[in-house]
Structure formats: structure tokens, C-alpha cells
Design a protein around this ligand. Sequence first.
Ligand SMILES: [Zn+2]
Length: 397
Amino acid sequence: MDLASIYEQLLDLPSLSITHVEVAAKTIHIECQTQATSQSCPTCHQPITNVNQYYNRTLRDLNMGIRHVYLVVKMRQMHCQNCQRYFSESLDFADLAKEYTHRQANYMFMLARKQSYTEVAALVDTSPKTVERVVLARCAQVIDLPTRYARVRRLGIDEHSHRKGKKDFICILTDLDRGTLLDILPNRKKETLVTHFKGLGASFCQQITDVSCDYWDAYIVTAQLCFPQATLVLDRFHVVKWLNESVDSFRKQLRKSDKDNPHYKALKWVLYKQYHTLSDKQLDDLDLAFADSPALKEVYWSREAFHHILDNSVSVESALVGIQQWTDEVAHKSLTAFDTFVKTLTKTNVYIANYVLNSVSNAVTEGLNNLIRSVRRTAFGMTNFEHLRLRVLAISE
Ligand SMILES: [Zn+2]
């Protein structure tokens, strides 16, 4: 086997034949040309063999060992006599007018999953701008938004704080049946949401059977406007969070009023857990605290009773009855720790009760929050929302 054939096998781009290889300390330049005899004219699509002139095109390809590889392709400029048109031959391994091969672009894309554009640029010896262009173009190719939207029936709407400590939220849409990310929107304003969903068309809006969301006016109004046929469910994750906050505020009061009582210490996470999930040690701790504060016991068991309603009601109607009885009992026992929760409850009881219809939960978006966080970590200086969106969607694909 001659040297050129060995290089050709190593290069693994079958459409090329190699004419010369220049190996330097840090680079390899591979001079080559395509083996195609004719090119289809972009205008009349006839096969053209008439070459007007040759020129060199240099393309960055994957490294060989530590050396950067450059393909120096002897390109043919063709001339179609039917159309009087000049055009360059096309390459099956690189896009028109790009200075890197498809597989090099793919490599940059893979690197950019975990590293900033600047770091990738340094690794492959190009500019951060080029890396950014490559990554965004690849993302746009990978994301199949029409398919994502066409198959969703149960929709989750949630948010993620964009910048730490600021009231700056992006909105996260999820496909609850698949537990996957659907899309992200730049904020959680009503206008943004309504415009987005209406823009997807009537058939999309009509196919939605359930919407699960947090208690946020814009979500509820949007769901009523865009998906009037859908069942609106307040996400259990958030409902449980409010409940636990009520229990926790009571615990804090106890700690304040009886600072030296050791039984109230380190109780926060024990109280957050449901009774049937507690260990023997945790049950003992709980019993000691309950012995000192019967009121804490009442608060804890009221929280458990609410879980019981969500877990065991067989219909929305029976859940509503259960919620009403629960509210009456809390009032009767003067458990003021639940005051805030009860206020929200009276406004949202139907949406909370809808949970029993098919137990949808948005909890999947908690995992997606981590995904977005990891993208943000690597996307230093990525202030453009569309860019963030493309990267998050491509990674979740
Ligand atoms: Zn032509």
C-alpha cells in the first residue's frame, strides 16, 4: 500500500484523494482533491464537467495526535454553459464557505457542552465567535420543536430564577407525559405566555388536556385563555411546599419560645417528611417533641391529613369535601400556623383538588433546573436569551 492510500484510510473521507502531506511540529497540511467527475448545476441541475478554474480551500479538520490538521482542497470552479453560471463544487464533508469540516464542527459542539466558547476556541485554535456560531447552528439543527409540540398533551408550566437573588424568571414548559423539557420562555408574564401559545396555533391549544403549574396568576389566566378545555392543576410539589412552610413557621415559634428545649432542635427535616417515611430514630425524636408540645403534634398531623386527601380521594368532588372538612377542623382547633395556607386554599381549592384526577406532577422540572444551571455555568457571558434557549433545548434533546 502506498503512503497516500494509508493517509486516505486514516483520514476516512472517501470522496478525497490525497496528493501531498506536509507534517510540521504542530500541524499537518493535507493537500487533496475530490474524485467527483461532474457537479450538478444549482440552477438547471444538469451534470456539469466543464471546469473554469481551480483554487485552494483550507479546512480545519480533527486533530491527528497533537497536531492540528488542515485540509487544503484543490477546488474546482465549474461553468454551466446552459445557464452561463459559475459555481464551486460542493463537498460532502463541509458546508459551503465554512472553514471547518462537519466532524470538526461536531467536535466543537461536543466540547462546548462542558466548556465556555473561549476555552473551546483555545483548544481548537479558532475564535470564540466561530465556536459560538458552530454551536448555535448545530443546536438549531438538533432541536425538533414541531415534533416536541405536536406530541404534548399534559403541559407543565414552571419557572427558574434567571439570576440569583433577582426577581428575574425564565419560564419552563414541560411535557408531563414524557417528563421532558418542551421549551423555555424569557419570562413568566401573561403576555409572553399567551402570545407564545396562541402563536402555536389552535390545534396545539386544543390538544392540551391538562395544565399543571404553580400558583401564579399569569399561569392560571393563560391556561384559562389558551386551554379552556384543559384541566388546570396546581402542582402538588408547590402545594406541599406551602404546607411545609406552615409547619416550619410553627416549629420556629416553638424554638423561639423555648430556646433550651433539646427536643425542638434539628427537627426541621423530620417535620418535612411524611410519617410513613420516617426512621425509628426520627419517630423517637418526633415523639419527644410532641410530648412537650401537643400543638406541634396537631399541626404535624393536620399536614399529614392533607396529604391523605390528595392521595386517597376518588373524585374531585370528594377531594373538595375533604379539603372543606380539613379547613373547618384547622379553624376549630385554632391552628393559626395554617392561616396563610388556608387563604390560598380557598382561592385555589378546585385546582388543588384536580390533582386527584390523574396525579400529574411538575417535579420533573426540578431536574431540568439543574440542566439549565449547568448550561449557565458553561455559557459564561451568555446574556442573549435565544442563545441560552437553543443550548438548553439541544442538550435536553
Ligand atoms: Zn445550469
